[in-house]
Design a protein around this ligand. Structure first.
Ligand code: PEP
Ligand code: MG
Length: 600
């Protein structure tokens, strides 16, 4: 049926058009085969050889990713290598072989058991890593069945294609020929899936969480996908393609305008100066943030130093990373966020407990305070890097001032230790907090007495205020930064911060959404910290919308009863300033990597 629409989550921006290639990398059909006692040794050897072969293959993929997407992304494969060598899992498989199963029958049996445990765990991080788990299990099974990697799937020769799969593993994503594969669609996965992160790094437009894609899309179906809005059109009409092309050319024109803002000041038309800083999650983002003239780093995430590694980073390693970041932004502050660990964000050797509700569990500042041997080296690294650099420390996920007091005590102790040891370090650094729980927002007056600054983490603040899992594709519509409860909390936080005379900024994703930027300006926020590619867009909005106009919209938002009313109020104010279609394009631009292949 022409003109059908599938709605998923846009995870890697850009528009793409092309025929579908369905990739079925499901668990291979493994025949049940039983063995005699005499065959056990040979089967165990086969199992060992298969593990070695897969480890070697993953090592090759890791090197390829390092070349194509960067060193940080390649750690995904280090984590997979560890998974495939997991001694507990392999011991269980070996036991099944000793009990009379063939290597592949035993492996499939235990793999299904593990997969079911992960799926049923309710642990969002484990669910997110299911694609990695299936990928390595499938590789192992194919190898045990004597099939090579190349036989698993292939692209038809000729035109550019859109890959459609139930689940995309990072391994598959990185093997794709960028010149031929113009888009990706999968039924499973969210923005934080490894395959999504890789697709983004490789610049391939992608939509995930497109439920029903495998049923509704046939081999060769023409697809038009928008990797920002998450919309997939099946067999688009000429008019659809025309519209997409027009939208694309508006986006491209806007991109040129946005690029021009890089050298311009973040001043509103009525002369109010704002500051746009950068969020840096990975070292690869330091240079783009500096290129886009970020006024320092408002959020330096430090988890990458841990994720997928075998051990925690040393104090020296952290200190030199912090210095490197700071040196890229001379005379501007760098706000280092202490480890926001939890879920799967632990070094592999760390035996973290499995939890039913990890987002409400043992994470972030709670882990740091419970494990000073993790926290103290980080605090020392911050102090050392701050010896001659404008570095600040930020504590995530606080819910009570006692956490700030305890952290500051540890910081002070380490400052004294460093002084006694004769190590060059700052005597103290400004310590601020992320306001990302309703508790912290409501107690903003108390936190302000113990903190040098606030930075609002809207990703978690919205999640916890609205009780909406930020990674759940089914709830994506309900995750609204325009919800009246969120708007009121945002106002309250700023009022209390201003009353205490401390700086208040926003570092959650909300600060890179054009309409939400207007809301934040209207509420009185003057410092925003956003992902490096979004900086020009945010500046463009600042330079286009006068504060007086944004204030009118914010006033309406504060009395609204529904998120849709807030959105409407914001749209209304821009209507007179900008062609609404331009704004719609802007909303689709935060990452500015639009790469499009539309038929002419
Ligand atoms: C947030 O919660 O808004 C935030 C910036 O932190 P993270 O996304 O790393 O949880
Ligand atoms: Mg957060």
């Amino acid at each position: 049926m022409p003109g059908q629409v599938l709605q998923g989550i846009g995870v890697s921006p850009g528009v793409a058009f092309g025929p579908a290639v369905i990739v079925r990398l499901d668990v291979p059909d493994v025949p049940n085969r039983f063995i005699t006692d005499e065959e056990v040794d040979a089967e165990l050897t086969r199992l060992g050889l298969a593990v070695n072969g897969v480890v070697e293959m993953l090592g090759t993929l890791r090197d390829r990713v390092r070349e194509r997407a960067g060193r940080e992304e390649s750690h995904i494969f280090d984590a997979q290598i560890m998974m495939v060598q997991d001694p507990d899992f392999l011991r269980a498989v070996e036991q099944c072989v000793r009990d009379g199963m063939s290597a592949e029958t035993a492996y499939e049996f235990k793999a299904l058991e593990l997969r079911n445990t992960w799926s049923a765990s309710g642990n969002a991080m484990l669910r997110d890593r299911l694609a990695d788990l299936s990928a390595i299990h499938n590789r192992m099974l194919h190898r045990l069945l004597g099939r090579t990697e190349e036989e698993l799937w292939s692209l038809p020769s000729g035109s550019e294609v859109v890959i459609v799969a139930h689940e995309l593993s990072p391994g598959l994503t990185v093997q794709l020929d960028r010149d031929r594969v113009v888009g990706l669609i999968s039924e499973e996965g969210t923005r934080t899936s490894h395959a999504a992160i890789l697709a983004h790094s490789l610049g391939i437009p992608a939509v995930m969480g497109a439920v029903g894609a495998m049923d509704r899309i046939r081999q060769g179906t023409q697809l038009l996908l928008d990797g920002q809005t998450g919309t997939v059109l099946l067999d688009p009409s000429r008019a659809d393609i025309e519209r997409a092309r027009a939208q694309l050319s508006r986006r491209q024109k806007l991109e040129l305008e946005l690029e021009a803002t890089v050298t311009q000041a973040a001043i509103t038309p009525d002369g109010v100066q704002l500051s746009v800083m950068g969020n840096v999650d990975l070292p690869d983002e330091i240079a783009p943030a500096a290129r886009n003239d970020a006024q320092g780093v408002g959020l330096l995430r430090t988890e990458f130093l841990v994720t997928g590694r075998a051990a925690l980073p040393t104090e020296d390693e952290q200190a030199s990373y912090f210095r490197r970041v700071s040196d890229a932004f001379p005379n501007h502050p760098v706000v280092i966020r202490s480890f926001d660990l939890g879920g799967d964000k632990f070094p592999a050797a760390f035996r973290a407990p499995a939890e039913a509700n990890p987002f409400l569990g043992w994470r972030s500042i709670r882990v740091c305070l419970d494990h000073p041997e993790i926290f103290r080296p980080q605090l020392r690294a911050v102090l050392r890097a701050a010896a001659d650099r404008p570095i600040q420390l930020m504590l995530p996920l606080v819910t009570g001032v006692e956490e700030v007091i305890a952290s500051r005590e540890l910081l002070l102790e380490e400052a004294l230790n460093l002084a006694r040891e004769g190590v060059r370090a700052a005597a103290s650094v400004p310590v601020g907090v992320m306001i990302e729980t309703p508790a912290a927002a409501l107690l903003a007056d108390q936190f302000a007495r113990h903190s040098a600054f606030f930075s609002v983490g809207t990703n978690d603040l919205v999640q916890y205020t609205l009780a909406v899992d930020r990674g759940n594709a089914r709830l994506a519509d309900r995750f609204s930064t325009h919800h009246p409860a969120v708007v009121r909390l945002l106002r309250h936080i700023l009022t209390e911060g201003n009353r205490a005379g401390i700086p208040v900024s926003v570092c959650g994703e909300m600060a890179s959404d054009p309409l939400s930027v207007i809301l934040l300006i209207g509420l009185g926020y003057r410092t925003l910290s956003v992902g490096p590619p979004a900086i020009p867009l945010v500046k463009w909005v600042i330079r286009t919308v006068p504060v007086s106009v944004a204030e009118r919209a914010a006033a309406a938002a504060l009395t609204a009863e529904r998120p849709a009313e807030v959105t409407r109020a914001l749209r209304e104010v821009v209507q007179d300033l900008v062609d609404p279609r331009v704004f719609e394009s802007l909303a689709a631009l935060p990452r500015m990597t639009a790469s499009a292949t539309l038929p002419s």
